[in-house]
Design a protein around this ligand. Structure first.
Ligand code: SAH
Length: 259
């Protein structure tokens, strides 16, 4: 009698924000023993050196191409696991934030495939580290909300509650939607002078940040040509940091003028 094929397994793995040293040891071990790696653009190419044995499938938006349909990714995960392979699905940052993991989990469960989730360092935490700032503050920020600006103008995000929550808001996918984000936050009651710091490409060598306020962010980000990927960190917890960064920038400009 023919033996049934050995069941495969899928690992949904967070690759962290870009700096390869922020990848977990567990992620590196799984990459080194994977048969197949499905990789997002945000995960970056450096990780490929960690899995030279694996078949690599790019499933992100590359070179202006359309992103791979989600349903195709789910079918691929199921098909390769059923064929007995160890499959790593590598996502930028953490798996559980804005990475469509819920659809993949559902598809794997429906197909009876064994799977595991390996967390990663999300962009918002890498941004805080980049700023050398704390997202919470014992006096005026008692928690953090990770939010997508996708649908910033829609009713599905409780902007008013968020604006009045005194939480630090870490906004993902906000660069293209900063105008509607501003409208929603101001309409929700957030003060115009609330500090906002945008961190572009956190943890990468070419990272940069732009300090602004809720009232000024549309102009400031346009002027500084803020580009994706960036997160916006909004709230009083950023006040001190914004001041220091502004002073450093002024100093740098003054030094350049003198030179
Ligand atoms: N799962 C990812 C988020 C994916 S959504 C995570 O946990 O980080 C994509 C958004 O993440 C981007 O639009 C941007 O807002 C943010 N992002 C991803 N990598 C980033 C980085 N290195 N620096 C700043 N923002 C980043």
């Amino acid at each position: 009698m023919q033996k049934p094929p050995k069941a495969g397994k899928v690992f949904l793995v967070g690759a962290g924000p870009g700096d390869i040293e922020l990848l977990t040891l567990k992620a590196a071990r799984l990459l080194a023993s994977a048969d197949i790696v499905l990789i997002d653009d945000l995960a970056g190419d450096e990780v490929l050196a960690l899995c030279p044995q694996a078949r690599i499938i790019h499933v992100g938006k590359r070179g202006g191409c359309k992103s791979t349909p989600q349903s195709f990714i789910e079918k691929l995960l199921v098909r390769e696991a059923l064929a007995g392979h160890a499959v790593v699905r590598l996502k930028g940052g953490d798996v559980s934030l804005f990475g469509r993991a819920s659809e993949e989990i559902f598809a794997l469960e429906a197909a009876g495939i064994e799977f595991e989730i390996v967390p990663g360092v999300t962009a918002g935490l890498a941004a805080a580290a980049e700023l050398k700032a704390s997202l919470t503050h014992r006096d005026h920020a008692h928690g953090v909300a990770f939010i997508t600006a996708h649908g910033a103008e829609g009713a599905e995000i409780p902007w008013q509650a968020l604006a009045q929550s005194a939480l630090t808001l870490v906004v993902y996918m906000g660069v293209a939607r900063v105008a509607s984000l501003q409208t929603s936050l101001l309409a929700g009651g957030l003060r115009g002078d609330t500090p906002v710091i945008a961190v572009e490409r956190a943890s990468r060598a070419d990272t940069r940040n732009v300090c602004s306020t809720v009232a000024a962010m549309v102009n400031d980000f346009a002027e500084q040509q803020l580009k994706s990927p960036a997160v916006l960190v909004i709230g009083e917890a950023m006040a001190e940091r914004a001041r220091t960064l502004a002073e450093t920038a002024q100093l740098a400009t003054a030094v350049t003028r003198v030179a």
